[in-house]
Write a protein that binds this ligand. Sequence first.
Ligand code: AMP
Ligand code: MG
Length: 422
Amino acid sequence: MTMQSSLNQLISCQGDYDPDSLPVEQARKFIRQFLSPVSATETLPLKAARGRILASDVISPLNVPSHDNSAMDGFALHSRDINAGSLRIIGTAYAGRPFSATVKSGECVRIMTGAVMPKGTDTVIMQERTQIADGIMTMLEAPKPLANVRYAGEDLKVGQIVLQTGRKLRPADIGLVASLGIGEVLVYRKLKVAFFSTGDELVSIGKPLGEGQIYDSNRYTLYGMLESLGNVEIMDMGVVPDAPQALEDMLIQASSQADVILTSGGVSVGEADFMKQLLEKLGQVVFWKIAMKPGRPLAYGKVGEAHYFGLPGNPVSVMVTFYQFVRDALLYLMGQNPVPMLPLLKVRCVEPIRKLAGRTEFQRGILFADPSGTWQVRPTGNQGSGILRSMSEANCFIVLGDQVGNLPGGAEVEVQVMEGML
Ligand code: AMP
Ligand code: MG
């Protein structure tokens, strides 16, 4: 089945579908069906693996902790002695230096946090609840039986799956693997992502601007977003003019080297026919108008084996379409499973919002704590899709769903924070 006919099928299942206005969620779902994660793997030392995706389960070779040990500084005793009042101190157990003799009734051992519970003890009384004089410990109140003991295997048990394939390794995970004495992990290879900008008006940094020309900023925002996302081998292919042969050459080159190709510009009405013909020749690509703002035009498909995303040229639209469509797809292609949902947080917006119902808007917002410590959001000024400053000032998107219309000041809205926005 071709990509276009598969899209047609998706569309025909939707009674009220407007072909000129594909809902955001539909577009995401459509793209997802063509994605399959990378399979090549590599073994990395633990410290180099943060942010990478596990390619095999990590299984615990030992119990963590390996012994029952004390959760407090205090005195280890047997629970039958909790009401004994006073006990004779027969020694000390340190973390890493156990007390080796067996503790009998009427006796106790001074114990430090993390020290192995001495034989004959099962309870620890906190130091602060005791008084010590002449080698005798007096309990100011009776401890609960079995109190303040951490048990062997309480954190992890031998043979237990500690982290599953598809897990993106975070600092806590790296520490957890280290706590098992494991120094290397198997991860998927990085995803190769190539991108280039298209447009006759674009000039690269270092060259003077001619009349009507602008500096290419999209390659820099794309680079930054890919780097913040992590786990990507980034291939910056430069600027390509709006010339069919140059674009074709670049697409062929990129598709032979990368898993994913991102372009910016050239997919809006008026320009799209040109790219459409080219992409029809080189692969299978569908062009959409998404029911969203900013970022209405979007193309997705395959060029050879590579996934192709044709992003709009406007600097804000590039970022919004990257975050809303490409990000999710890249995480999936990297092997991350499940791809985590981004939290949508509900906060009050201190200013009124202008919004057309029938499309999803991703307005740029500034999350801030008011003097009472309550988090609120304020839209950045001009929301034009060419105003990159609005993205630079923002630390979140205010996500306004299809149903939402104009909102008065103080209304509750949903906000979303992406990697690299804080
Ligand atoms: P397009 O989608 O190619 O019609 O471009 C839409 C708008 O975005 C135009 O104003 C372009 O000049 C601008 N634009 C396109 N590509 C870039 C880029 N790489 N950097 C900055 N602005 C761009
Ligand atoms: Mg253009």
